[in-house]
Design a protein. Structure first.
Length: 93
C-alpha cells in the first residue's frame, strides 16, 4: 500500500478488506502540570505540552513533556517526560 492510501496506483474502494484508515496525529495541547502527590516536589504547577493520550484502567493518561525551573544559577531548568493522569493537567489559557 502506498502512503497516500492507494494500492497499485488505484484508490481504495469503500469496503475494501485491505483498506486501513490513516490515523490523524493527536492534537497538541499546552497545559499546566500539577505534581502534588506524585513526587516530593512542592505542590506547584509547571508548563507542559501533551504529546499523546491513552486510556488506562483509571481513565485517561497523557504523555507530557514539562519543565521544572531551576532554583538557582547552579541548577538549570530540567525537562521531564512522563505519562500522567488527566486529573493532574489543566489547560493553559
Amino acid at each position: 500500500m502506498n502512503p497516500n492510501g492507494t494500492r497499485n496506483g488505484r484508490p481504495l474502494a469503500a469496503g475494501d478488506p485491505y483498506a486501513v484508515p490513516v490515523p490523524q496525529p493527536p492534537p497538541v495541547y499546552h497545559v499546566w502540570v500539577n505534581l502534588s502527590n506524585l513526587t516530593t516536589q512542592i505542590a506547584q504547577e509547571y508548563p507542559g505540552l501533551v504529546l499523546g493520550w491513552r486510556r488506562s484502567s483509571d481513565g485517561y493518561e497523557a504523555q507530557v513533556v514539562y519543565i521544572i525551573p531551576g532554583k538557582t544559577q547552579r541548577h538549570s531548568d530540567a525537562s521531564q517526560i512522563a505519562w500522567l493522569p488527566a486529573s493532574k493537567l489543566k489547560p493553559r489559557e
